[in-house]
Write a protein that binds this ligand. Structure first.
Ligand code: ADP
Length: 272
């Protein structure tokens, strides 16, 4: 799965990235789903230790075009995880209060505390994506943000935060199919916003902006993964594999066992 990690030395071209790819899992959807279920359980176990340990912090950033599958990814990833110790932070159009501060202000307030795993549904990267595409600030301003974000994430990493960033890559045609599905299903229509079609018109500008984000902000301390996301089952498998492998490498540990647990057991057994 590491094949999807962006190496800043080898800049990625999004046009060449196949959103339909399924790696070695061609024709093996059932097996992939089975493997994903195993990973869900492993993730739940790792998160339990992360929470018990109360030392490390884990930040997972999700970015995608509309219908890209951020919500579905979050739902399936966390299906078996104990909701305590996990938090989702959504970044929407900034409030007046947020706009009155620097763009990282609201982001910093949402980062994980010790023992916590936080998923960012959109993130600081909106400030070099939508903000750039809609020219909400000048180029001079957003250009500086790549370095600023790298420095911010470096500080978080040095302070004990493990950061993983996922861009879920769908094709423009897949987005059309997903919008059509939403519109055809009364139970899904609430997810549709006519403004999404205005954004769709800006697809190429968004791809340029995403490409810059991936190539300028994938670092050793906060790598980006560009995940083929036309097939939900493959997307889930990739994201879960990378998270489980990374958490596994942290060598998380339950706190040391109590020295005097026998004393407490004795006490409880001899209660009046
Ligand atoms: P989602 O699409 O993630 O389910 P919404 O439909 O509420 O959630 O969309 C949130 C909107 O907020 C998106 O259009 C996104 O581009 C926008 N947004 C997020 N951050 C910013 C920002 N810093 N500046 C302007 N718009 C932003």
């Amino acid at each position: 799965m590491r094949q999807y990690q962006i190496d800043p030395e080898k800049p990625v071209k999004l046009k060449k990235l196949d959103a339909d790819a399924v790696g070695d899992w061609e024709g093996k959807k059932k097996a992939a789903q089975k493997q994903f279920k195993k990973l869900q359980k492993e993730l739940a176990d790792l998160q339990e230790i992360l929470y018990a340990e109360q030392k490390r912090k884990v930040l997972i950033v999700l970015q995608a075009m509309d219908t890209g599958g951020k919500d579905g990814t979050i739902r399936s990833l966390l299906e078996k995880v104990n909701p305590q110790g996990v938090r989702i932070a959504n970044f929407k159009v900034p409030s007046e209060m947020e706009l009155a501060h620097d763009y990282l202000w609201r982001v910093h307030a949402a980062i994980p505390a010790k023992g916590e795993m936080v998923i960012f549904n959109r993130s600081q990267y909106e400030d070099v994506l939508v903000v750039r595409v809609h020219e909400l600030v000048t180029k001079e301003v957003w250009k500086k943000r790549f370095d600023q974000i790298n420095a911010f994430e470096k500080m978080l990493a040095e302070e004990g935060t493990t950061i993983l960033k996922f861009y879920l890559h769908i094709s423009k045609d897949e987005q059309k199919q997903r919008f059509l599905e939403r519109l055809a299903d009364p139970k899904k229509q609430w997810k549709f916003n006519p403004a999404d079609l205005e954004e769709r018109k800006l697809w190429d500008a968004y791809m340029d902006a995403y490409q810059d984000v991936l190539n300028k902000t994938s670092t050793a301390w906060a790598p980006w993964y560009a995940i083929p996301a036309n097939h939900n089952w493959y997307r889930n498998l990739c994201v879960a594999s990378i998270i489980v492998e990374t958490l596994g490498s942290l060598q998380l540990k339950y706190p040391s066992p109590l020295q005097n647990s026998n004393q407490y057991i004795d006490f409880l057994n001899h209660e009046e």
